[in-house]
Write a protein that binds this ligand. Structure first.
Ligand code: AMP
Ligand code: MG
Length: 416
């Protein structure tokens, strides 16, 4: 496990823009995950550690895209149909033989076509006449033929280092002959909640107590990111307890994640604990919901202190924690696709701050998508997340939206 110096983020700051914070993450934090080789079948969701090159061309040989008849265009009549004797039959998985001039070969999908043939007629389009076939006019050279290397050339990079592998990536690696792949080791993430008010679901609830939902949320989100989650439980609201817990967890994890206790109240101890045990980088982000977010290093281990309100945890989980995890494991994150939708609400916001609005979508008769804002937009209202489809993103320079304006929408399903 790479040890970071505790002053890797040696400066503080006022309200910081999300991109600035993420740039800082990229500059100051190294990739800490080691490299291991895994069988292809275990590679889905893992981060590629090296470029993957094709061991062969794809397809490896010229082959037919259909069940039909292969011929040479030079044997076809200039006008009208052509009658050619059928010689030879090639099924998928079987080698082809040479084809005599002026003849056609029966071929099946995926079968190699005889050398020199440059067109394949679909069986549905031809007429069989004894041992000959009548080929219709009008088909172009190369039709229904898949040329060797048209998908991938041998030696080409098919998957770049940093790619988090998806099923289609695994399929391509298989198709070019890779039995196993070099991937980043799973990050080991230690997860805490903070707050005297928290109890475990299933326990009886005393006065002034609530159930801990952030740890369940974060464990699920981290699970979707494909990291190994170590549940370190709930911490009471004392600096000593928080500091002690962070210090003792630091050496054995790649990342520590906490929620709650990062605001400026006297009962918010995460910030002070991080400052005492290591160093703190930023704690007020220009993002809503979510403003208080701490990034620090304790005992050489990076730490992210997320806010306490569940919706703020969700939003900063997507826009801060997710990129941080990506950085630590050398993953290239593609920008989140945001789809234009029409807002059916008005919303005012401050300039200089990025804001996210929870919305449901409705399809209009003209096919366009209308975004409907949830009635409750408090950062503590969990049902506003379960009853909506995604987030409308209002960039820093916007002052809000007017009813009918177009704004970018990110479905929840794309966040992790
Ligand atoms: P804090 O930032 O610690 O002041 O917390 C802000 C709000 O989030 C408070 O209402 C807390 O009770 C609530 N909160 C903090 N942690 C959790 C948690 N783990 N689960 C549910 N709510 C929480
Ligand atoms: Mg608290």
């Amino acid at each position: 496990m790479a040890q970071l110096s505790d002053d890797a983020f040696a400066f503080g700051g006022e309200l910081m823009r999300v991109e600035e914070a993420l740039a800082l993450v990229g500059e100051r934090l190294p990739v800490v995950a080691g490299v291991e080789t895994v069988p292809l079948w275990q590679a889905d969701g893992r981060v590629l550690a090296e470029d993957v090159r094709a061991l062969i061309s794809l397809p490896p040989f010229d082959n037919s895209a259909v069940d039909g008849y292969a011929a040479r265009t030079q044997d076809l009549a200039a006008e009208g149909a052509t009658r050619l004797p059928v010689r030879g039959r090639v099924a998928a998985g079987h080698a082809t033989a040479d084809l005599a001039a002026g003849c056609a070969a029966r071929v099946f999908t995926g079968a190699p076509v005889p050398p020199g043939t440059d067109i394949v007629f679909m069986q549905e389009d031809v007429t069989l006449e004894g041992d000959a076939v009548l080929l219709p006019p009008g088909l172009k050279k190369g039709a229904n033929l898949r040329r060797a290397g048209e998908d991938v050339a041998a030696g080409a990079i098919v998957l770049p280092a940093g790619r988090r592998l998806r099923p289609q990536d695994v399929a391509l690696a298989a198709a070019v002959g890779c039995a196993d792949l070099p991937v980043r080791e799973r990050l080991r993430v230690g997860l805490f909640s903070t707050g005297d008010e928290l109890r475990e679901p299933g326990e009886p609830l005393g006065p002034a107590q609530i159930y801990d939902s952030n740890r369940a949320l974060l464990a699920a989100l981290l699970g979707r990111m494909g990291v190994e989650v170590n549940d370190l439980g709930r911490l009471p609201d004392t600096r000593v307890a928080v500091e002690g817990a962070l210090r003792s967890a630091a050496g054995s994890h790649d990342l520590l994640v906490t929620s709650g206790g990062v605001s400026t109240g006297e009962e918010d101890h995460v910030r002070a604990a991080v400052e005492a045990a290591g160093s703190l980088v930023f704690w007020r982000l220009a993002i809503k919901p979510g403003r208080p977010v701490a990034l620090g290093v304790v005992g050489g281990t990076p730490l992210v202190g997320l806010p306490g309100n569940p919706v703020a945890v969700f939003v900063t989980g997507a826009h801060v924690l997710r990129p941080l995890v990506a950085r630590l494991r050398g993953e290239t994150l593609e920008p989140l696709p945001a789809f234009p939708v029409r807002c059916s609400f008005s919303y005012k916001k401050k300039s200089g701050r990025r804001e996210y609005v929870r919305v449901s979508l409705r399809r209009e008769p003209d096919g366009s998508l209308l975004a409907l804002k949830h009635a409750q937009d408090g950062a503590g209202v969990l049902s506003s997340l379960t009853e909506t489809t995604g987030l409308v993103e209002l960039a820093e320079d916007r002052l809000g939206v007017q009813d009918g304006n177009i704004a970018p929408f990110i479905p929840y399903g794309l966040l992790w």
